[in-house]
Every structure is written in structure tokens, then in C-alpha cells.
Design a binder for this molecule. Structure first.
Ligand code: BYC
Length: 325
């Protein structure tokens, strides 16, 4: 059963120590775990939680960008945005399939999303107010996603790792199309540059929050890194992202909205200012600017698609009956 209450990287399993040790030895040996392999229940639950939430994020992530397809400023922009949004739908489907290999059904996962039990990335609870936001999402949101997802290509669970390889290739196209939109705006008229800056100002902090709470508050990181589901902690990935992004903003001539941002020679990385974790938890708990609309849109899609599911089932039943004749 896929439920936040039950799922956690708790490692509290009925399996005996010998079984757990043998499993850990396989992980330490970098062997991939496949669907039919024995695995601790905590490992299975952690993956169902993370892959399910990842799939929901891809699907909900189509909404803020889909909002701009009809208003893209040229045919070229419309075509590439359309392709990107379709890619996100595809990512959601690979990931739901990967989660299904762990014994959870698509219906269960959808129900958890619609009842608010399953989370999806906090970033998609912010609105897309201007065309520049489409550029910023590609540049920063997909940029953060790549930073988080490249290590997932080496996740110990085979189906998740393999899905991530293709997803990362597509995400890199998304990041480039976003960067190109922002570059055109940043090099355009003063009004266009101001639009790009305003978008960066709104998205910077929410993007840093995508990596999850600080390590000191991350209940899942320790166990997930031991099981090699996660390869880096939330803070490590956030730092790598900041270090990679600051020079990109400089190249664009945009200012990252953080007065505390400065190069730290000792750590060979950037120091950055505090993140508003109260806002993060408010958004995660359903009180973000767009949470209600996002879940309503998914509910409507599920309801509107009922006839397709019923027709597919009826068709499968008819074929089964014909085969049995
Ligand atoms: N938003 O113990 P922690 C995309 C939750 S899609 C909401 O550190 P964990 C894209 C976390 O679930 C981007 N909730 O957790 C799509 C946990 O609660 P539960 C999605 C968050 O799992 C379309 C609690 O906070 N990417 O890029 O070890 C267009 C404590 O956290 C968030 C993925 O899903 C958040 N930001 O680490 C464009 C990648 N952060 O579940 C782009 C796969 C944390 O215990 N997921 N929480 O109730 C991961 O890598 C990890 O799950 C996380 C969190 C790093 C996100």
C-alpha cells in the first residue's frame, strides 16, 4: 500500500539481520536490484515513495508550462514547448511503470496524489506569470532536475536507473531550450531583460528548495544513500547547482537575487544566503500559491479519462472472451 504513513526509509523490516546484510553486500558491490529479487520491505517502500512522487512531479509539471503553449511568441517556440511538455508526460509514464514493477498500481498512486497523501515537487505550486517563466523553468527547474537526476542513473534499483538515463537526455534538451529563451530576453530590449530578471527573482529560492530540506532535516537521506538510491545528499546537490548556475547568470547579465552570494576560495564554491524553509514546508503541506489548482486539474483529467479506462477494460475483456472461445 502506497501511503506516506507507511512509507519511509525506516529500514524497520521483518527480515532477519543475515538477509539484510546479504542485501547490503549486493548494494555495496554495485549490483543492480531487479524487480523479482528479494529486497527489504523498507527498500521497496522507499522506492515506491520516491519514484511515485517523481512521476507525479513530471505529470503535474506539465501544467505550469502547458499554460503557455497557446501564447508562445512564435511557431518555433510553440513547437519546442509542445515537445517539451509531451516529454514530461512521457517521463511520468516511464516512472509510473518503474514504480509498478514494485507491486504498486497506477490507480493507487493516482489516488494518493489526488487525496494529497503523495507529494510532488514543491516547484510546481508556483504560477507561470510571464513568458520569461517558461525560459526560467527550462534553465533553472530542468537544470536543477538534471543535477538531481544524473546520479539517479546510477540508482541501485535497475528499472529506475534505466528510466533515468533516457529522461536525463531529454531534460538536457529542455534545459537548453530554456536557457536560449532567457538568453534572447536578456539580450533583447530593456523591457525583455527586465522580464527575465523579474522571473529569476521569483524562481530562485523555490528552485533551491527543489533539492529538499537541509540534510539536518532530511529524514530519508541517510538510509537512501546507504541503499544507493540517492548518491548525494540534498545539500551537496544544492551546492553543485549553485556553483554551476552562477556563471550562467553572469554570462546572461542577470543578477541572482541573493546579497549573500559570494565565492568562497576555501571550499571552491559559492556561499549563499538562507533559504525560507517555512515557505517550503507551507508549500509541501498544500498551502502554496497553486496547490489547489494543480490537484483540481489532475482530478479533472482523471475524471475526464474514465471513459478511456472503461473502454480499454471492455476491449481487453472482449479479446479475452474471444481467445477463450
Ligand atoms: N517538494 O527526507 P527528504 C522535474 C519531501 S520533476 C516536495 O530529503 P528524500 C520536472 C520528501 O518527499 C522534479 N516534497 O526526502 C518535471 C519527504 O517527504 P516524505 C522531481 C519534497 O526523498 C516537469 C520530506 O520532504 N524530481 O524535474 O530523501 C518539468 C523530507 O525530505 C521536496 C524528483 O522527484 C520537494 N522539493 O529526498 C520540469 C527526483 N523535497 O516523502 C522539471 C527524485 C523533499 O517522506 N526524488 N520533499 O513524506 C529525489 O531525488 C528525492 O525524493 C528528493 C527528496 C531529493 C526530492
Amino acid at each position: 500500500m502506497y501511503s506516506q504513513g507507511l512509507i519511509g526509509a525506516d529500514g524497520r523490516t521483518a527480515e532477519d539481520q543475515d538477509f539484510l546484510n546479504r542485501f547490503q553486500a549486493r548494494i555495496d558491490d554495485e549490483q543492480k536490484i531487479e524487480p523479482n529479487d528479494p529486497m527489504p520491505e523498507g527498500y521497496r517502500r522507499t522506492l515506491v515513495r520516491q519514484i511515485g512522487q517523481h512521476a507525479h512531479s513530471e505529470i503535474v509539471g506539465m501544467l505550469p508550462e502547458g499554460n503557455w503553449i497557446t501564447r508562445a511568441p512564435s511557431l518555433r517556440r510553440k513547437a519546442s514547448l509542445l515537445a517539451k511538455v509531451q516529454d514530461e508526460g512521457g517521463h511520468g509514464l516511464y516512472l509510473y511503470s518503474a514504480a509498478e514493477t514494485l507491486g504498486v498500481s497506477r490507480e493507487q498512486m493516482t489516488e494518493e496524489l489526488l487525496t494529497g497523501k503523495a507529494k510532488y515537487s514543491s516547484i510546481f505550486n508556483y504560477p507561470t506569470l510571464s513568458w520569461a517563466d517558461i525560459g526560467t523553468i527550462g534553465w533553472l527547474v530542468d537544470g536543477a532536475a538534471i543535477m538531481n537526476q544524473i546520479p539517479l542513473c546510477r540508482c541501485s534499483y535497475g528499472p529506475y536507473a534505466r528510466a533515468m538515463i533516457r529522461i536525463c537526455k531529454e531534460e538536457s534538451f529542455h534545459q537548453r531550450q530554456g536557457y536560449e529563451i532567457v538568453m534572447k530576453l536578456a539580450q533583447g530590449s530593456p523591457e525583455q531583460k527586465a522580464m527575465a530578471q523579474e522571473s529569476l527573482d521569483r524562481f530562485w529560492q523555490p528552485v533551491l528548495m527543489m533539492f529538499g530540506p537541509p540534510d539536518s532535516e532530511s529524514q530519508n537521506t541517510d538510509q537512501s544513500t546507504r541503499w544507493k538510491i540517492k548518491r548525494f545528499t540534498n545539500d551537496e546537490l544544492r551546492q553543485k547547482f549553485v556553483d554551476a548556475t552562477v556563471p550562467q547568470a553572469e554570462f546572461l547579465g542577470l543578477t541572482i537575487p541573493d546579497p549573500d552570494l559570494k565565492w568562497n576560495e576555501d571550499k571552491q564554491g559559492f556561499d549563499f544566503g538562507p533559504i525560507d524553509w517555512d515557505e517550503f514546508w507551507r508549500v509541501v503541506k498544500g498551502k502554496g500559491p497553486m496547490n489547489r489548482q494543480r490537484v483540481e486539474a489532475r482530478q479533472k483529467a482523471w475524471d475526464d479519462g474514465a471513459w478511456v479506462r472503461e473502454a480499454a477494460l471492455a476491449h481487453a475483456e472482449k479479446r479475452r472472451a474471444m481467445a477463450a472461445e
